[in-house]
Ligand binder design. Structure first.
Ligand code: SF4
Length: 266
């Protein structure tokens, strides 16, 4: 894929969703770390459902230690692998308390030394909580990067390196969220929703689905969510129309240069 196409893809995602956010609910780096740790092989919704009550009781490492493994296990019992995860949460909190004064370190090496925290979790925390440039490649990002040819690679590390190299600098901080949302709601695993995809004309996937081709189960819920996050082609067109409208009003108000820049970005 050439750089101009990549630029256009990210410009469209940014226009449709200027401030993309993680779908995990959190109020501090500590809560984000625990939520990401719990989200392995689980949906963000299931994690949020469990952590609402958990964080109401324990929103720091010290409070989590006081709560104890048994109560943590009880709170997260609806999430897959909850036994191992409860153990890791307590061990992680012990290390945070003993080595980091209860504060989540903004440092890859220290994060990866925590039980249950691998490269991907560390990348999410560094990027989302500390706004560092880091690319957490999960199954969605791996699929989207390969299908579109934004950053093709045979494993997650290769894709991560290519994304860091090829994504235009101005989009790097938020690229992780746009890619993940696109993979979660549009470029889904079994039947990607190519006919409604806002980057269809730029994507280099050779087996795009055609209009009328039925999406597999779960699509209705996901389509509704995609509309909410502004990820559909329709939402993209609406954004374009609204940008054109804004540009024309700006011109009338004498802000021609500003308006042109905005319009060209879409
Ligand atoms: S056109 Fe299809 S394969 Fe390409 S990014 Fe969109 S949904 Fe995915």
């Amino acid at each position: 894929m050439n750089p101009a196409k990549r630029e256009q893809i990210f410009a469209r995602w940014k226009a449709a969703n200027p401030e993309p956010k993680t779908e995990l609910a959190y109020n501090s780096p500590f809560e984000l770390l625990i939520s990401v740790l719990l989200s392995a092989q689980a949906t963000d919704v299931s994690v949020n459902n469990a952590t609402k009550a958990l964080y109401a009781e324990a929103d720091t490492a010290e409070k989590m230690l006081a709560l104890g493994e048994e109560r943590v296990r009880h709170h997260i019992r609806t999430i897959g692998l909850f036994n191992t995860k409860a153990k890791n949460v307590i061990k992680t909190c012990q290390i945070l308390h003993e080595r980091h004064n209860g504060v989540v370190p903004a440092d890859r090496e220290a994060l990866e030394a925590l039980p249950g925290v691998g490269r991907k979790t560390a990348n999410v925390v560094l990027n989302t909580a500390f706004r560092q440039i880091a690319m957490a490649v999960d199954t969605h990002i791996f699929r989207v990067s390969n299908r579109t040819a934004i950053a093709p690679g045979k494993d997650v590390v290769e894709v991560e390196k290519k994304l860091l190299k090829f994504v235009p600098r101005e989009y790097l901080l938020d690229a992780h969220h746009w890619l993940i949302l696109h993979g979660r709601y549009i470029c889904v695993a079994r039947t990607p929703k190519c006919p409604e995809c806002p980057i269809n004309d730029l994507c280099e996937f050779k087996q795009k689905t055609q209009p009328g081709q039925k999406a597999k189960s779960g699509s209705t819920k996901k389509s509704a969510a995609a509309k909410k996050t502004g990820l559909t082609k329709k939402a993209h067109s609406r954004t374009k129309a609204s940008s054109r409208k804004k540009a024309s009003s700006a011109k009338q108000a004498g802000s021609t240069i500003k308006a042109k820049t905005k319009s060209n970005r879409v």
